[in-house]
Design a protein around this ligand. Structure first.
Ligand SMILES: [Zn+2]
Length: 442
């Protein structure tokens, strides 16, 4: 069977399958996320945090998913790492080197605002999506800084109930630069941060939305002695906590990514943004290079999957290649199947059609898409579905075809080329005759 006849047989079958097995909602309405609060602490070492007296953070850890061994980007400095938290992009992609400069990657703020969800950025720079946000205070120094901005955050949230609110605490970083990461002052700064976090949690409880709010707490980098910025574990190692609807309780993220600096780590800092937006039921930020941390999703009997690229571009006749990674297939192999369809009926081949996976193990599905003969620039959306008896997951990715020169343009080119050639011959003749005339008259 050649490619074309395979496609002729497969595509109607796949379209039929879409009707027979319509997409199902992956989570109950009672588990819907009503608000997202992202708290970024600057320069907090996970080991110091664990040793400090932080009852509010401990409470979130017990009720959520967490790691003390995630990894930040290089260089391990604030201006590189915080844009990575907000975009899921590495510094090479977001290119932020100046807080008054530009950011070259889409932030989670823009993803929320695009979906019609209001956002507020408290005590943080507008470069992180603040120009699109519903409200942004900007960053500035103030006496009792974190208490001051926490009060603004509580007032704004209580009055306007934004879907997304982020707040930033720069104090632990300043204290560590001054006193060192072994100092009591540094530990106390982290305990102060915990106190302010407790004020925000109390606000959520008083408003009756604590159980319906996704709370994410993380830091941008660690600290070694009086500074940071290197690839030393003390600088590279960060923590994260995710607590809220759809998130597993009391789950420690371990060995999710491999990094040259830390070996196996909980996850990368660039995984935070896509995980937040997907938990909120939205798409990942456009330039995100991170992976969704599906391991923390609490849905029963989950099939977890990700696609290694969301978009590929090629000319007609090209084959585009994608890889789907499917993990934690907890169903019996006979009870699920993989379906990959093209919105416009492009030929999609994938292999294997059925993965034989032990529960908890992962495997790859190779996807090949051949771009058809296009008359004009066009793209296609591919939809992958892994459907089982108890769960299903969907992945969307794009194939974009760039046009070759179309047949209608070629006849136009020929007369133009002929005219140019003829003009050249005529002007050469005229020149030759006038030159000859010039010579005879002298
Ligand atoms: Zn610093």
């Amino acid at each position: 069977m050649n490619d074309r006849s395979l496609a002729v047989v497969l595509i109607p079958l796949l379209i039929l399958a879409l009707f027979v097995f319509p997409p199902t909602s992956t989570f109950a309405e009672s588990e819907e996320i009503k608000h997202v609060i992202l708290i970024v602490l600057d320069g907090v070492r996970p080991d110091t945090l664990v040793a400090a007296n932080t009852p509010n953070i401990d409470n979130l850890v017990a009720g959520g998913s967490y790691t003390w061994n995630a990894v930040t980007v290089t260089p391990s400095i604030t201006i590189a790492a915080i844009p990575s938290i907000f975009t899921g992009a590495t510094p090479a992609v977001h290119k932020v080197t100046d807080w008054d400069g530009e950011i070259y990657a889409e932030t989670i703020i823009e993803v929320f605002e695009e979906a019609g969800l209001s956002t507020a950025i408290i005590g943080q720079d507008p470069i992180l999506g603040g120009y699109s946000a519903t409200y942004c205070t900007g960053f500035y120094y103030h006496h009792e800084q974190y208490e001051y901005f926490t009060t603004i955050a509580i007032n704004w949230f209580t009055q306007h109930r934004p879907f997304f609110l982020t707040i930033y605490d720069s104090v632990p970083d300043h204290i560590a630069h001054e006193y060192g990461e072994q100092s009591d002052e540094y530990r106390e700064a982290i305990e102060d941060a915990d106190f302010q976090i407790g004020r925000i949690m109390n606000m959520l409880r008083e408003l009756g939305v604590y159980e319906r709010t996704l709370i994410v707490i993380t830091t941008d980098h660690g600290m070694t002695g009086l500074s940071h910025g290197s690839t030393l574990p003390g600088d590279m190692r960060i923590f994260s906590i995710f607590k809220g609807p759809r998130v597993m309780k009391g789950f420690e993220m371990e060995n999710v990514v491999f990094t040259p600096d830390l070996g196996y780590a909980g996850h990368s800092i660039i995984d935070i943004a896509p995980t937040i937006t997907v938990l909120a039921g939205l798409r990942t930020p456009a330039n995100s290079e991170g992976r969704v941390i599906y391991q923390i999703f609490a849905e029963n009997n989950p099939i977890l999957a990700s696609v290694n690229r969301t978009e590929a571009v090629g000319a007609p006749g090209d084959n585009l290649h994608y890889m789907l990674t499917i993990t934690n297939m907890t169903n019996e192999p006979d009870n699920f199947r993989i379906e990959i369809t093209s919105e416009k009926g492009w030929a999609v081949e994938f292999f294997p059609y059925k993965l034989m996976l032990e529960p908890g193990k992962s495997g790859n599905v190779m996807v090949h898409v051949s771009i058809p003969d296009l008359k004009k620039s066009d793209g296609d959306t591919l939809l992958a579905r892994i459907v089982g008896t108890e769960a299903s997951t969907e992945l969307e990715f794009n194939a974009i075809g760039k046009p070759l020169e179309t047949a209608s343009e070629v006849p136009l080119l020929l007369p133009v080329a002929a005219a140019v050639f003829l003009c050249g011959v005529i002007s050469a003749l005229v020149y030759y005759r006038s030159r000859k005339g010039g010579l005879t008259s002298r």
